[in-house]
Write a protein that binds this ligand. Sequence first.
Ligand code: ADP
Length: 400
Amino acid sequence: MKVFVLNSGSSSIKFQLFLISERTVLASGIVEKIGEEKSQITYEIQAPKSIKNSFEEQIPDHKTGMNRIVELLTDSTLGVLKDKSDVDVVGHRVVHGGEDFKKPALIDDKVLNAIKENSALAPLHNPANIVGIEVAREVFGSAKQVAVFDTAFHHTIPQQAYLYALPYELYSSLKIRRYGFHGTSHQYVAEKAAEMMNRELSSVNLITVHLGNGGSITAIKNGKSVDTSMGMTPLEGLIMGTRSGDIDPAIPFYICNNSDTSIDEVDQILNKKSGLKGICRQNDMREILAACDRDDSQAQLAVDMYCYRIKKYLGSYMAILGRLDAIVFTAGIGEHSAPIRNHICQGLEHLGIAIDKNKNEALKSGCRELQTDNYEVKILLIPTNEELKIALETENLLKS
Ligand code: ADP
């Protein structure tokens, strides 16, 4: 079965084509800057050997972008398909499923409408995902379409953890509650962690720490998400590249009442100008760590704040889990930054957590254990693979 996985953003289309029976990627790439004067296309084929091509072209809209991807996939030299009808199913990443979707769904008009209705909860993400679905339905006429939701893994969070202490009517009428995000990633690494420990997922307690440009941390009890740091939107929780994470909810009113700043500008500040960028003007962790090496005190402050917030969540999730089997680090920073992992784990020996310096700093790829021998809690590094997880979920849905 050939599964085409799509992650559509407002000005980009990211894709991977899987031959899912073999768990292999046939082709992958991204069309970026759609609608701008010069769009950027990256296209890579993996077999028989890896070849990467980049082009600059004008791609005015998503439909043109998708047709261009199909042209590349079926190209006589760069292509991996005879015809676009060789794609059996398209698996879409959909950010917000609200309370409607607890698992992946085969897309028909009813499902598409429900995704549209949830757009108010994720105005930056769902509309772009919807454009991706509509264009893919048009372009890949015969292929089935499946939606896999970032929120779905977190549907097991109990009410005491997902409700905010606001008037209850705001939950009933506006659906204001914690939904959580990065669910596909948290679920994927949790399954891998159970595999690494030779245990059933349903018997393990984990804290999964996804640290990319966005970041979130999830408490997993007996294999199920029971709490997570992102909330109704991806703004809550950890300090991120450009997002503030948790703040006193009175701050936006204070800013509006005491400066010449509109509520839309506050929204921009919290989402785009805060987090690491707000503190040290940069949001790329590699550059921030390089600045720390040059004794840049503002960069060091940003790193200290970033790790402190994660540590606070680790402690609170340990309290609700009772027993903790493993902490899992994943995504760009979690997978690649030994200093950040080290910083987070310092001083936690009394909780059964200690990181081994050599294992942590070893330049190896793939899944591995980082804890000091004889410490109770495993510390696992597991590269996430959201696209593969979407492809597997898509395959599962069709098989069932
Ligand atoms: P996204 O959330 O956009 O998918 P990623 O998971 O790719 O992002 O993570 C991006 C982050 O990972 C950036 O802050 C980047 O600086 C960081 N990162 C990538 N490689 C390293 C590294 N070797 N050391 C420190 N940070 C890294």
